[in-house]
Design a binder for this molecule. Structure first.
Ligand SMILES: [Zn+2]
Length: 177
């Protein structure tokens, strides 16, 4: 970013305590932090937390996770619930944060969560989704498209869950929207 998003003045670099050299607009007397997009992706669990939903989209034969951009002013948790409702036709009853990764290609910070759906019924899946199915965690490990963000999120989550006991799962899923 080299010009002010508000007034168009060419930005200079100015030192900001604890932040380093940050783009600065001398006309507005304001720092202009680099902007990026924010998106959520989620591992969707069946109500009994025994099965994981994977979907195929955009005409590609790849199993991925439900994902979408966060709107300005929207909470990440609400974006997640909205995407699951819009794409799969299911309501999210609770969710918890897993991990995040910055995706350079689309300048997006991707926030990954795991969530519990209120039903296994996939009759409300939108035509935007080519295919949607439930998998056991073991099946999901194999079925997820390899060497991508979705796989890293899923494996990190499953490995973490296997490390802890079921009390951990119950505790985390109690974290309501
Ligand atoms: Zn300005």
């Amino acid at each position: 970013m080299s010009y002010c998003t508000e007034c168009g003045t060419r930005l200079i670099k100015k030192h900001l305590d604890n932040e380093g050299e940050i783009p600065y607009c001398e006309t507005c007397s304001a720092f202009r932090f680099p902007t990026f997009n924010t998106a959520v992706s989620t591992i969707v669990y069946s109500p009994d937390a025994k099965k994981i939903l994977l979907i195929k989209q955009y005409g590609k034969d790849r199993n991925i996770l439900v994902a979408g951009y966060v709107n300005k002013g929207e909470f990440a948790e609400h974006a997640l619930a909205r995407e699951v409702r819009e794409e799969i036709g299911l309501n999210v009853v609770s969710c918890c944060f897993n991990r995040s990764e910055y995706y350079e290609k689309s300048n997006t910070l991707m926030l990954n969560f795991a969530c519990l759906a209120d039903s296994e019924d996939l009759s409300g899946v939108t035509p935007e989704v080519d295919y949607a199915a439930w998998y056991t965690p073991q099946e999901a490990r194999e079925a997820i498209y390899h060497d991508c963000l979705a796989e890293r999120f899923l494996l990190y989550w499953l490995d973490k869950r296997e490390y802890y006991d079921t009390a951990f799962e119950t505790y985390h899923f109690r974290n309501f929207l």
